[in-house]
Design a binder for this molecule. Structure first.
Ligand code: ADP
Ligand code: MG
Length: 277
């Protein structure tokens, strides 16, 4: 990474949903890759499965210490961040011990703030990044809570299926709880519908339901079910690099554009409000 430093802190985005298999990791990896074409991005893998690390082509054997060592305070941020084969994209990998953190941290002080504290302590290092993306495990346990406390905003990937709305209200309640206590500024950046199958009526109906409930919190961009997306991780590549012309890749590139557009619009609005004072 370059030595260019930014004036404002890197925006921290968490990909969270307590359900597994909804596209958190796929979205984290591809959003990170798409954003890395214009920003310096750090992806933090918080799932002991380590799928985000694998999906970026960083094999288990070359990961060294990762998020577990950071959360327990064994290592500093500078010691656990590594470059990836993708330009402008760095990785803080998940070590398999991370599964134990859920239990081990319970008795610790500031247990929900471990990640936020470690990032604050590593401010020097983070000054080299524009964006930090957290890939969360499939639970609303202590590790996900750490991400929600450290994040500025959350993106919820949602698979358009029968119980989707029920699942999203559970995470919405968790976000409310975090806002009332540990991180009042936490925003819901948006909900992204994943693995959408246009030929499937249920998928369409659930999508419409989610939109009528969460309105413009739902990204216009939806991610189609696409076989190239599911093939990409076994090649150690984000689908954007594995097959950039596939529908899945195009959707993720579009999602990154939509995210940047929304962020710019909000910034402008905030500026207007501030001037009107
Ligand atoms: P999570 O991180 O929420 O558990 P993943 O991103 O790992 O979910 O996705 C679960 C599985 O579905 C993976 O095998 C992934 O490759 C596959 N998958 C994700 N998104 C798509 C998609 N749009 N089309 C096809 N397969 C997908
Ligand atoms: Mg995952």
């Amino acid at each position: 990474t370059s030595s260019r430093r930014r004036a404002s802190p890197a925006r921290r985005l968490a990909l969270a949903n307590q359900k597994g298999g909804v596209g958190k990791t796929t979205t984290a990896v591809n959003l990170a890759t798409a954003l890395a074409s214009t920003e310096r991005v750090l992806l933090i893998d918080l799932d002991p499965q380590g799928n985000a690390s694998t999906g970026l082509g960083v094999p288990r054997t070359s990961r060294g210490a990762g998020t577990y060592a950071l959360l327990t305070g064994e290592k500093t941020l500078a010691e656990v961040i590594h470059p990836t084969p993708i330009p402008n994209l760095s990785l803080l990998a998940a070590d398999s011990d991370l599964a134990a953190a859920e239990v081990e941290l319970v008795g610790e002080e500031r247990r929900e703030r471990r990640l936020a504290d470690a990032l604050d302590a590593g401010a020097e290092v983070l000054a080299g990044f524009d964006r930090i993306i957290f890939d969360c495990p499939p639970s609303l346990g202590l590790v996900t809570l750490n991400a929600l406390v450290a994040a500025h905003a959350v993106i919820v990937p949602l698979q358009a299926e029968f119980f989707a709305l029920e699942g999203v209200s559970q995470i919405a309640r968790t976000l409310d709880r975090v806002r009332r206590g540990l991180n009042p500024a936490l925003e819901l950046e948006g909900i992204v519908l994943t693995m959408v199958d246009r030929r499937n009526n249920l998928s369409e109906m659930v999508g419409a339901d989610v939109r009528s409930f969460f309105k413009d919190k739902v990204f216009d961009t939806t991610i189609p079910r696409n076989v190239r997306v599911s093939e990409a991780p076994s090649h150690g590549l984000p689908v954007i690099l594995y097959d950039s012309r596939s529908l899945g890749a195009q959707a993720y590139i579009q999602l990154a554009h939509e995210l940047l557009k929304r962020e710019r619009a909000r910034k402008r609005q905030a500026g207007t409000v501030a001037r009107q004072g």
